[in-house]
Design a protein around this ligand. Structure first.
Ligand SMILES: *Cc1c(COP(=O)(O)O)cnc(C)c1O
Length: 419
């Protein structure tokens, strides 16, 4: 149904009812003023033009009110994180009670493991994907070590089969079936950062819970990309950053999800600070600790408002567009990208991301035969921004908010000549 011509790509852009969104972003340009072909929204999303004005508002109110801004600012800082909760909850398919924006991703994973990784002498192992993002692996290993376990012996890797790139859910089932009595926690990337594979989160939760394991999901590559329906999935907890598909700026704050079933359990072990203490009595200062229900009960500190303003600017766009429309465009855009790559007459490259749109987000991971980094370098010299991952994969993410069908067409035309 697709056609490999520029005319056709431009026709798709004309028919795209989200095409106007691109003009609401700053698209980086080369020295001659041509837009870069930006395919790394999976690493750092582009800046919405309105972000500046959202941050400026808080700078102005800080200048005008000083400390009184906590209550007097147009968007009072005291409850500022609450302004983000509803739209963030919608993006990941959660109830507002289950979601909060705070800290950064790896920090949140640790705070969640304080509560949901409660190993015993016999049930202490943690399962991760063999291609887990390094930070997640380090976090999990350090938790094992912290609790006095061997970091090799305590870590179980869910691996692709020999000669394959993707994970099979049956293999996770087998691991948990055989070793579940020793496993305390599954911590899995919902969308794998390397292959772009979108795993069946609900199934993972069922598999883990059948053997009384806690189940946590890292949604760094899922939030704003796919619709994970976290509440219905039944997973115990999740965390994600906001600087990838959520366009909230470098190093911006992260999201945290704790399922409703844990929302009122005050007995869960957790770390505390004044920001997870009951809001009503927080400033009485002398009370014994009284933890808030829901995800807010994992906060520690009063949050950085300038970073939250950037998140708010971006979430307002998501709120307006809706994940459903974004996802519909995304499937078409990545489908077109895949089609064009498959038209290239070469055996040097292979897409390792699943071809079923239900098992991937927008990213395609392209494996390059006999690779060194030179192809990636040549792409960059041609204003095509992609991401190289050792040993041999180029990751490209056409993002439905700001990438066009023409972007994808031009990228593949250049790739063709470089091959
Ligand atoms: C991007 C990413 C991270 C980064 O962690 P930070 O704490 O935000 O630096 C961690 N895990 C995964 C799976 C990621 O994709």
């Amino acid at each position: 149904m697709y056609k490999p011509t520029l005319d056709y790509a431009q026709q798709l852009d004309k028919e795209d009812n989200l095409a106007h969104l691109r003009a609401q972003f700053h698209i980086p340009k080369d020295a001659e003023g041509n837009d870069w072909l930006y395919f790394t929204g999976n690493s750092l999303g582009l800046q919405p033009k309105q972000t500046q004005q959202y941050i400026q508002q808080e700078l102005d109110d800080w200048a005008k009110y000083g400390v009184e801004g906590h209550f007097e600012a147009r968007n009072p800082w005291m409850p500022y994180h609450e302004f983000l909760t509803n739209s963030m909850a919608k993006i990941v398919g959660a109830k507002p009670l289950e979601v909060v924006v705070m800290n950064t991703l790896t920090t949140n994973l640790h705070l969640l493991m304080v509560s949901f990784y409660q190993p015993t002498k016999t049930k202490y192992k943690i399962v991760i994907e063999s291609d887990a993002f390094p930070s997640d692996r380090y976090a999990v290993q350090s938790q094992l070590k912290f609790h006095g376990f061997d970091t090799e012996e305590g870590l179980i890797e869910w691996k692709p089969r020999k000669g394959e790139e993707l994970l099979r859910i049956e293999d996770l089932e087998k691991i948990v079936d055989e070793q579940g009595d020793e496993i305390a926690l599954l911590l899995i990337g919902g969308v794998n950062y390397y292959t772009g594979q979108y795993l069946d989160i609900k199934r993972i939760a069922e598999i883990g819970h059948a053997k009384n394991c806690m189940v946590g999901i890292d949604l760094a590559h899922g939030a704003g990309n796919i619709s994970p329906e976290l509440h219905d999935s039944g997973v115990d907890f999740a965390a994600w950053c906001t600087y990838k598909y959520l366009n909230s700026g470098p190093g911006s704050l992260a999201g945290l999800f704790v399922h409703e079933k844990h929302a009122h359990n005050k007995e869960l072990p957790r770390f505390a600070g004044w920001w997870n203490h009951n809001k009503e009595t927080r400033f009485n200062m002398r009370q014994p600790f009284d933890v808030m229900p829901g995800a807010e009960g994992w906060q520690l500190s009063n949050p950085p408002i300038l970073s939250m303003a950037a998140i708010r600017a971006s979430l307002d766009m998501f709120e307006e567009v809706g994940m459903e429309a974004l996802r519909a465009k995304s499937e078409k855009l990545t489908g077109y990208f895949e089609y064009l790559i498959n038209q290239i007459d070469t055996d040097r490259i292979k897409i390792i991301t699943p071809s079923n749109p239900k098992e991937r987000g927008c990213q395609l991971s392209i494996q390059v035969k006999n690779a060194d980094k030179s192809l990636h370098k040549k792409l960059t010299e041609n204003n095509i921004i992609t991401d190289w991952r050792e040993p041999d994969v180029i990751r490209c993410a056409p993002v439905p908010m700001y990438n066009s069908f023409e972007d994808v067409y031009r990228m593949v035309e250049i790739l063709k000549t470089l091959l």
